[in-house]
Design a protein around this ligand. Structure first.
Ligand SMILES: [Zn+2]
Length: 251
């Protein structure tokens, strides 16, 4: 068990799209963004923020998506269970899974953690159950046997203010993010409430926004947080990801 709070960042796959998917009107070659997952190792327990994609998105060199195709994929060794084992963390030791939302590329690895309790916003769970749509919401990913705890609004995971789940609605009706208090300051694990840094710089929401009004409020909140010194780790930002040391403690 760790004595101090530690945060680790992993990439569990790739999200390929044209720049216009993130910001309408942007042009250029296809982008390849990460599908991140984070381990929050706290003295009172271990939590993951998002878990990547399910087995059906696994590819190998023969079946890999061409670089000019929209889609999701991951390769051998990239799934969250393998990422954890690579830093000597036993997947059965994970207590909590905080899913930002229930899209296929954020909860597809929940299946690896039967001992964990998944935490989602109640309104997100309701939408995912009401409107299953393969490629977006699929019960294959989130109905995997472990307990699901639904919450409404903010939630202090360990009761000491160091890991706070905060609602960041917009991308989906019940999206949530996590603020982790590190010694160097607060870090916001955004998930898809903000795909890239450029979305925040330009204050432009992507077309794939379920609730535009809430999405705008979320962006404004992120902007204020960033101005006050919070570091933000974006949802699928390839440029930012290139600066992150994977499988290493995030200071
Ligand atoms: Zn999403």
């Amino acid at each position: 068990m760790t004595e101090v709070l530690r945060l680790f960042a992993f990439n569990c796959g790739w999200f390929q799209c044209r720049p216009g998917y993130f910001i309408e009107g942007d042009e250029g070659d296809y982008l390849r963004g990460p599908v991140p997952s984070y381990l929050i190792d706290h003295p009172k327990g271990r939590a993951l923020f998002d878990t990547g994609m399910g087995a059906r998105y696994r590819r190998d060199c023969e079946t890999a998506l061409p670089a000019n195709k929209f889609g999701l994929q991951w390769f051998e060794g990239m799934d969250i269970a393998a990422r954890l084992r690579a830093i000597d963390v036993d997947p059965t030791s994970i207590d909590w899974i905080v899913n930002s939302h229930l899209h296929v590329d954020h909860c597809g690895g929940n299946v690896h953690f039967p001992n964990a309790t998944a935490i989602v916003q109640a309104r997100e769970f309701a939408v995912a159950c009401d409107r299953p749509e393969p490629g977006l919401y699929d019960a294959l990913d989130f109905d995997t046997g472990q307990p699901m705890r639904t919450i409404e609004g903010e939630f202090d995971l360990f009761g000491d203010g160091s890991v706070r789940i905060v609602p960041t609605y917009g991308h989906t009706p019940g999206h949530q993010s996590v603020i982790v208090k590190l010694t160097r300051g607060d870090v916001l694990l955004a998930g898809d409430c903000c795909y890239t840094e450029r979305n925040l710089d330009t204050m432009v929401l992507p077309k794939a926004t379920a609730d535009i009004e809430q999405g705008r409020l979320t962006l404004e909140r992120l902007s204020r947080m960033r101005a006050a010194g919070t570091r933000i780790l974006f949802g699928h930002d390839g440029r930012q990801w290139a600066t992150i040391r994977e499988n290493a403690r995030f200071e």
